[in-house]
Ligand binder design. Structure first.
Ligand code: EPU
Length: 317
């Protein structure tokens, strides 16, 4: 990050305003599910939405680039680290509101830093149908909506009713479902013109249905148990590395057929359990993971003429 009078003032302001919630040159390996990543110039974990908005607006005024890291999942941050400010929202307390309607619909509103698994758990406890598809998706609601995260049972687009994003002037702007174009692992905002520097999702409402608690709970247990058998849930990872290519075999199957499961580079390994996962077996560096990503792309392309595209975000330098 360029050291200017503005960025220096921003650092001083942050230190004063955020105390222990901000750190400088913070190793991102401490905050990513992969447990890799070099230092962020500035790392901040606001404990309220107002504070998050204030920081983002000040960063914009000071010309400091911002990266919203969700919950640190679905990410590979380079060993050289990341310039500018990295923010996570999962430190904001998870206030969640529920509105039940006579027709059985339920509108659940939560802030973007709430973990998706928290919403899944609450839906099961309350007997709300609709979230079980997301069991096992790591990360926060905001991050998962932004990438339309999903499983073979569905994707976020099925349940999102509306979202609130931070607009350029610092106010929260409501976007209804009709203002959102969901695609496979992508979200576009066709009606957005005035939001800079990023459409940061701050809050979302989900449309679920009142259902039978026992049926929903039984279904959830079966999904979690199937997933635990198939995926390397005990080692640090970032979820699926690649998107499933359209109209082709799933990425994990292609990597498996290319004989790459169990391939090791430094402290990283293509999971022996599931070809679309890379695991950190102890002391992986981002460069080990990036090597395996390139290897999988190359081998799958050579053997099957399929271009794999990463689902994880690769950021930093
Ligand atoms: N397969 C293999 N070898 C492997 C892995 C998979 O042959 O090493 C085969 C399986 O036997 C199955 C097919 O490939 O026939 C699909 O595998 P799986 O059921 O595991 O689903 P997936 O398409 O690989 C998707 C999501 C996961 C989600 C699971 C379960 C994507 C990119 N991945 O995986 O999401 O957990 O379904 O619903 O859509 C994530 O997004 O981070 C993620 C892990």
């Amino acid at each position: 990050m360029k050291d200017t009078a503005d960025t220096q003032n921003f650092r001083l302001w942050l230190k004063d305003r955020c105390g222990s919630l901000v750190s400088f040159d913070e190793p991102m390996s401490r905050h990513t599910s992969f447990k890799v990543g070099g230092p962020a110039d500035i790392f901040v974990r606001p404990d309220s939405r107002d504070l998050a908005v204030t920081i983002l607006m000040r960063a914009k005024e000071s010309g400091v680039p911002v990266f919203m890291a969700g919950d640190g999942t679905n990410l590979v941050i380079h060993d050289e680290g990341i310039r500018g400010l990295v923010m996570i929202l999962s430190n904001v307390p998870p206030d969640i509101a529920f509105e039940e309607f006579p027709d059985g619909n339920v509108l659940v509103t939560a802030h973007a830093g709430v973990r998706t698994k928290t919403l899944c758990r609450i839906a099961i406890e309350r007997g709300y149908d609709g979230m079980n598809f997301a069991l096992g998706i790591p990360g926060t609601l905001g991050g998962n909506i932004a990438m339309n995260a999903g499983t073979h049972l569905g994707a976020m687009e099925q349940v999102v009713h509306s979202i609130r994003i931070l607009s350029g002037n610092g106010t929260l702007k409501n976007l209804d479902r009709k203002d959102l174009n969901f695609h496979y692992r992508r979200l576009h905002y066709p009606t957005l013109t005035d939001t800079t520097p990023l459409p940061v999702i701050f809050e979302a409402s989900f449309l679920l249905r009142k259902g039978d608690k026992k049926t929903i709970g039984d279904e959830a247990r079966a999904i979690v148990s199937a997933r635990t058998k198939k995926q390397p849930v005990t080692l640090p990872n970032a979820g699926c590395i690649f998107k499933n290519p359209e109209g082709k075999d799933p990425a994990g199957k292609l990597i498996d057929m290319a004989g790459l499961k169990g391939r090791v580079q430094g402290g990283a390994m293509i999971s022996e359990k599931h070809g679309n996962f890379i695991v950190n077996t102890g002391n992986a560096r981002a460069e080990d993971i990036l090597y395996l990503i390139e290897l999988a792309k190359k081998e799958v392309h050579e053997r099957f003429c399929v271009e794999l595209e990463t689902e994880v975000k690769i950021v930093g330098l």
